[in-house]
Design a protein around this ligand. Structure first.
Ligand SMILES: [Zn+2]
Length: 329
């Protein structure tokens, strides 16, 4: 911390501490722990402490100097609130928290358009208009390479040169998986958001579901929580249907309800309806949510910009965050 900047300590830490205690008292989390050197390496700076140079794509941070950035800020903004600098797999990231003009206005007919989305495992998401987001099973694709690298790591002498090399390879692979996942979710939520004014989702208990171990890995793989988080800041309005709303059991045409075991992939009703199970659920979610009201979300966007290249500190950071990677394995 001392290596960084006085403001990194005075500003970020108290925000975070405040958050940690709030989470603790509201029984969302355990008693806060001290930040460890093994945790993800990051610090925050207030917007007033940095200089941002759009033309040369760079940002000035006290005591570190000018950092070249791979991308520029993509939003029109009125103010930089703060930045968060973090390191992941040897790459440095600068995340800007910006004050932006809320340009999310109702497009033509958009006020009237709403979409219901059923989040699932076979298909990540099924929309009430029939759009399907296939689960890319990103984790499965990389499972073989992950296993190989983990075996390699186990063979190496802990702390040795080759062990560190494998650790770094693993970090890079984990980062790659996370990036791919982010990318496909972003594309989906953006496309939906361009088309619809109101996004209706199920209020899923992601935590409770991940406790079911068989489902856990897949649920985390499709990142329900992340889909939800992105809609919350992108969509004009997000509405939730209650957790125990019988979206799968109800017929979207006549409203009758029937038991729907998970193996039953189609909803067939006496009234003549014969629909894909998830599509039927998505339509129910939309119908229910549209009949209730929701609230607008505040306009704070976070843009992540990759700073270019590795810095001299990257080796040290590598050492510090290795245990975070081991936990995920
Ligand atoms: Zn029916």
């Amino acid at each position: 911390m001392q290596e960084v900047n006085a403001h990194a300590v005075s500003n970020g830490v108290f925000d975070k501490l405040d958050n940690a205690f709030k989470n603790f008292f509201e029984k969302r989390a355990k008693y806060p722990r001290f930040k460890s050197k093994r945790d993800k390496q990051s610090f925050r700076l207030p917007g007033s402490e940095i200089k941002y140079d759009t033309q040369n794509k760079r940002v000035y941070i006290c005591r570190i100097g000018w950092l070249k950035m791979r991308e520029t800020i993509r939003f029109d903004y009125t103010k930089i609130y703060r930045i968060t600098v973090s390191c992941r797999a040897g790459k440095w990231y600068v995340a800007f928290t910006l004050e932006v003009v809320d340009d999310r206005q109702l497009g033509e007919n958009q006020a009237l358009t709403s979409v219901g989305i059923d989040l699932g495992i076979n298909k990540s998401a099924t929309c009430s208009d029939g759009t399907i987001l296939d689960n890319p099973r990103i984790f499965n694709t990389y499972a073989v390479r992950l296993r190989k690298l983990n075996k390699e790591l186990a063979r190496r002498t802990k702390g040795g040169r080759n062990w560190w090399k494998t650790v770094f390879k693993l970090q890079k692979l984990h980062a790659r998986i996370a990036d791919l996942r982010q990318d496909y979710i972003h594309k989906f939520t953006t496309a939906i958001n361009r088309k619809y004014g109101i996004v209706c989702l199920e209020d899923l208990n992601v935590k409770g579901m991940s406790r079911n171990h068989k489902l856990a890995r897949h649920i985390l793989d499709v990142s329900f929580g992340e889909i939800r988080r992105q809609f919350e800041y992108k969509a004009l309005e997000v509405r939730y249907v209650p957790r125990f709303f019988p979206s799968s059991k109800r017929c979207s045409s006549c409203g009758r309800e029937q038991e729907m075991p998970l193996s039953q992939r189609r909803y067939v009703c006496d009234c003549g309806l014969d629909l894909d199970r998830d599509l039927n659920a998505a339509i129910n979610i939309r119908t229910f949510a549209v009949s209730s009201t929701g609230s607008k979300k505040p306009a704070v966007k976070t843009a992540q910009v990759l700073s270019k290249g590795k810095t001299k500190q990257s080796h040290g950071q590598e050492e510090n965050s290795v245990f975070a990677v081991r936990r995920n394995v």
